[in-house]
Design a protein around this ligand. Structure first.
Ligand code: UD1
Ligand code: CA
Length: 452
């Protein structure tokens, strides 16, 4: 246990990410629907003070930091002169003098909180520096950990490594822990005499050795520390993250007959006996209560699904949708910013937006809540037990009373009182024999085509 020791964590997020070929900063690219950076920030020990180093003009990155960890302090690295230079941009956080100084990169989203604790444990046992290492299937591009007689003596970056060092598969994951009382002195000794002319954080290892102090490697799996420099690596990280999330969901009792086709978010919550059919995408902010079934080809974000509710196939639940117990959302139904109370049925081909639907109301096929007039959004209220006939348009703002009945094909623009029946459509006219007369007229004027 590392309790009793204080810690400060510096997360480096000032990278340009040019190899992502994207206009947005690298650390804001998503894995499982959340930014790379937010995953790292979530893994930083709660007990640790947090400092994030951002690039100049990276307002979006700063906003993301404030959203995820509002108490974090932020430092701007004005010039991108390397990872050690970036750490020293947060000199103020280091100087505060915690027992442990932890460093993490904003582009390694799969890192876990437990790993930070393992590194801190090594400091507690006397090391001045603990480096997280892993065996890379393909070490190209990573810094290599040079170990002699069981001691970590140096880290060599790819561009500066000779052939023997290039052959080393033990690599630097990028996460490090320094003895807080020595960190600043070590970091200030780092120079930029390398092929890129950058201040490399990795040089800290050789400096620690020169000072007669101990640097150690703590090993972890490659999957935990995949660094994202390219879109291919982003997709790879998504794969690893989804595998984790699916396993956690299965362990929690969710039934998925083809989990490899289901996409989850880190914050998805499940009750007991939830079933998710193949090809479902669940974005951020979704909770699914006991016994609910999500049928195939459904897309859900920022919504809550009540007990025993049924959703899909081919349903789309957009932000702010809340389904009560036993509610049913069928095929080709879209809902947004709407609350559907217990037992509501919207079985086919509908759009329900900015609406409250009272318990056990039945919404017929093709019903549309017309919530937008080109200028603003308006609300629809549908009372308990109301019945909306198929192909009706409810032009908001509008209120359908409890137990009211809307005739099929109606365009409802005025409120409907409780228990009233509203029908809004042209009168039906039946002309006796009219179809027969019509056919006779047509055949008289036009002889049937021959030969076809
Ligand atoms: C770095 C390590 C390498 C390690 C690899 C693991 C160094 C010198 N190299 O290489 O040993 O194997 O990570 O993924 O540390 N950053 C800044 N300011 C800078 C430079 C970088 O904030 O001036 C940030 C980046 O946003 C990124 C992180 O530091 O989050 C790592 O930088 P990156 O350029 O990705 O380093 P790698 O070449 O991957
Ligand atoms: Ca990297």
């Amino acid at each position: 246990m590392t309790t009793g020791r204080t810690a400060v964590t510096i997360v480096l997020a000032a990278g340009e990410g040019t190899r992502m070929r994207s206009a947005s900063p690298k650390v804001l690219h998503p894995v499982a629907g959340q930014s790379l950076l937010s995953h790292v920030l979530a893994a930083v020990p709660n007990s640790s003070a947090l400092a994030v180093v951002v690039g100049p003009d990276h307002d979006a990155v700063a906003r993301e930091v404030r959203r995820v960890r509002p108490q974090a302090s932020m430092f701007v690295q004005r010039e991108r002169l390397g990872t050690a230079h970036a750490v020293l941009a947060a000199r103020g956080a280091i100087a505060a003098g915690a027992d442990d100084l932890l460093i993490a990169f904003g582009d390694t989203p799969l890192i876990s909180a437990a790993t930070f604790e393992r590194l801190r444990e090594a400091l507690k046992n006397g090391a001045a520096l603990a480096v997280l290492g892993f065996r890379a299937a393909d070490p190209t591009g990573y810094g290599r950990l040079v170990v002699e007689n069981n001691h970590l003596v140096a880290i060599r970056e790819q561009d500066d490594a000779g052939p023997a060092e290039c052959a080393i598969s033990l690599c630097n994951a990028g996460v490090m822990a320094f003895d807080g009382s020595k960190a600043l002195a070590i970091l200030e000794k780092i120079g930029n005499a390398n092929s890129k002319g950058e201040y490399y954080l990795t040089d800290a290892v050789a400096i620690v050795r020169d000072l007669g102090l101990e640097a150690v490697v703590i090993e972890t799996s490659e999957d935990e520390v995949r660094g994202i420099n390219t879109k291919a690596q982003l997709a790879e990280a998504e794969r690893v993250m989804q595998t984790r999330l699916r396993k956690a969901a299965l362990d929690a009792g969710v039934t998925m007959i083809a989990p490899e086709t289901v996409f989850l978010s880190t914050d998805t919550t499940f009750g007991n006996d939830v079933t998710i059919e193949p090809f479902v995408v669940i974005g951020p902010g979704v909770s699914i209560a006991d016994g609910a079934v999500i049928h195939s080809f459904t897309h859900i974000v920022h919504s809550s699904i009540g007990r025993n509710a049924l959703v899909g196939p081919f349903a789309r639940l957009r932000p702010g949708t809340s389904l009560g117990e036993g509610a049913k959302i069928g095929n080709f139904v879209e809902a947004k910013a709407s609350t559907l109370d217990a037992g509501v049925k919207v079985n086919h081909l509908s759009y329900i937006g900015d609406t409250h639907v009272g318990a056990h109301a039945n919404i017929g096929a093709g019903t549309i809540t017309c919530n937008y007039d080109g200028y603003g959004k308006h609300k629809t209220e549908i009372g308990t037990g109301a019945f909306v006939g198929t192909n009706s348009s409810l032009v908001a703002p509008v209120k359908i009373g409890s137990g009211a009945y809307i005739g099929s094909g109606s365009v409802i623009t005025r409120d409907v009182p409780d228990d009233a029946m509203a029908v809004e459509r042209g009168q039906q006219i039946n002309r006796e024999g009219g179809a027969k007369r019509y056919r006779e007229l047509k055949t008289r004027n036009k002889a049937p085509k021959s030969g076809s």
